[in-house]
Write a protein that binds this ligand. Structure first.
Ligand code: ADP
Ligand code: MG
Length: 484
């Protein structure tokens, strides 16, 4: 689209994220809550809503909702009321979902996201409420019929509704990334968008910059990755601007995203929208959340990515970039947390995590819990570098690969492989003179002004010393002898 036209408009986005909770059993029954089981095996009469059955509240769902609410700084409602949301669909055997309509468990709060200017931004949370999922209609397995798998029916969800605070597809991308990170840190959802355990609907409108009101919003569904949330929003913003420029009016409607074509397609308009006939759920009593319950959950909250990020940048002097990458993945962050119990060289520890450790994990497609080197041994490696016993490059190229294979300590490996660095000036001087002897022409050139040959001499020196010359001291001595 024409840059000039695009710049006349501003986009407004609010996201509704559904997170499937990682409880052992479903929201109101003892059915097992697991992804990928044989279809229709985790389905009891309660899930099917047979006459005479009664739902039983799974208390874990409340605990999980409170954890998320506390992490976002939301207010937690003292009383929990439940409502029925009625509609007919083949994958909804009861004919209704139990949800929280007017009385969400959490209101207010915010999620901090990254922004391009590095300032960051708070996206306010409107509400977080608990509800149950429907089953799954499968349209693409059988050629003639739609299949229904009810294993998912009744699994607990958290719906997180944001205020319309998001202004670009990139901010939306960063927001969903933060939500996913948060639910993973809190152990309440696995955050897997491809498997549908984290889902996102995007509400999008555009208005002329400086307008006093937001435009009419359109809701887009069916994005199965964070990247597709971004693509769908990008498309939708352009579509709406074009429509307005052509004198058309935006109608409030629900659209689906076609990931192959990269476009959104109208599904139903506001006029055809469902009336869910909400009413209070008669089979569940209101539930009181005691202050003590909230305190107990608070006292067991894990460290959150934002807190770690702040500590790493403010106390440990790490760059925003390093701190962000370390806290991006909970496993990596926990490994780093454990590592720095054994070394105070925070920067070196971060470099090892971001460098050799991540490369190794990427190469083999491993997660950090599959990483074979304990924090004690990695910290010991950092220590012998700090003590000048081995150089960084020797540690990385020779010792690290051995640590992956053996149980020996880094020092023992260094000794066994004869890698202990020589920092005695006499020995180094011997090596340097040998290098001069073998490269007299270059010495001559250096002395005639080609100072950039220092690198060449260092390379030769490392070779004759078998990589054992302490680079710092060697560099200093080398210059001294060359200038002599
Ligand atoms: P509805 O009543 O249609 O469900 P809500 O007011 O509950 O609408 O908002 C649903 C979502 O839409 C929220 O995430 C909210 O931030 C977002 N939203 C509301 N108004 C707009 C708008 N004009 N443009 C974009 N998003 C919006
Ligand atoms: Mg709403």
């Amino acid at each position: 689209m024409n840059e000039e036209i695009r710049n006349k408009y501003e986009a407004v986005i609010g996201l509704e994220v559904h997170a499937q909770m990682l409880t052992k059993t479903k929201a109101y029954s003892n059915d097992i809550n697991e992804y990928g089981a044989q279809p229709n095996t985790n389905v009891s009469v309660i899930t099917l809503g047979h006459p005479g059955t009664l739902p039983v509240m799974n208390k874990k769902t409340i605990e999980f909702a409170i954890r998320l609410g506390l992490a976002c700084g939301s207010d937690i409602a003292p009383n929990q009321y439940f409502a029925r949301k009625n509609y007919f669909y083949p994958d909804l055997p009861k004919g209704y979902q139990i949800t929280q309509d007017k009385t969400p468990i959490c209101t207010g709060g915010a999620i901090h996201i990254r922004t391009e200017d590095g300032e960051g931004k708070e996206i306010k949370i409107t509400r977080i409420h608990m509800e149950e999922d429907a089953g799954k209609s499968i349209h693409d397995v059988d050629v003639f019929d739609t299949l229904v798998d009810l294993n998912r029916a009744g699994t607990p969800l958290l719906e997180i509704v944001s205020e319309p605070d998001i202004r670009s597809s990139q901010e939306a991308y960063n927001y969903v990334t933060e939500v996913r990170k948060l639910v993973r840190y809190l152990d309440i959802c696995d955050g897997n968008m491809e498997e549908g355990s984290l889902r996102c609907d995007a509400n999008i409108s555009v208005n002329l910059k400086g307008a006093s009101e937001f435009g009419t919003k359109v809701e887009v569904k069916n994005m199965n990755s964070i990247r597709n949330v971004q693509r769908a929003i990008e498309f939708e913003i352009a579509r709406q601007i074009e429509a307005i420029e052509n004198g058309e009016e935006i109608v409030q409607e629900t659209r689906g995203f076609d990931a192959l074509k990269g476009i959104t397609i109208s599904q139903r308009s506001k006029e055809a929208a469902n009336d869910y006939r909400y009413f209070p759920e008669p089979d569940l009593q209101p539930l009181v959340v005691m202050k003590e319950d909230i305190e107990a959950i608070k006292s067991e909250m894990p460290a959150l990515p934002r807190e770690l990020f702040n500590r790493y940048t403010k106390e440990y002097g790490l760059s925003d970039y390093d701190a962000y990458n370390l806290t991006d993945n909970k496993g990596i962050a926990l490994y780093y947390e454990a590592l720095i119990q054994h070394t105070k060289n925070y920067k070196a520890a971060a470099n090892w995590m971001m460098g050799d450790v991540k490369s190794y994990l990427n190469e083999f497609g491993f997660e950090i819990h599959e990483f074979p080197i304990t924090v004690e041994r990695l910290a010991a490696l950092i220590t012998i570098i700090d003590e000048g016993k081995v150089s960084n490059s020797v540690a990385s190229q020779r010792i690290f690969p051995e640590l992956l294979k053996s149980e020996l300590s880094p020092l023992a490996i260094a000794e066994q492989l004869n890698l202990i660095q020589d920092s005695s000036e006499d020995t180094l001087k011997g090596f340097i003179l040998q290098v001069f002897e073998e490269n007299q022409a270059e010495v001559e050139r250096y002395r005639n002004g080609e100072k950039q040959l220092t690198g060449f001499f260092m390379g030769k020196l490392m070779k004759v010393s078998n990589g054992k010359a302490d680079p710092k001291i060697a560099n200093k001595l080398l210059r001294e002898l060359l200038e002599a």
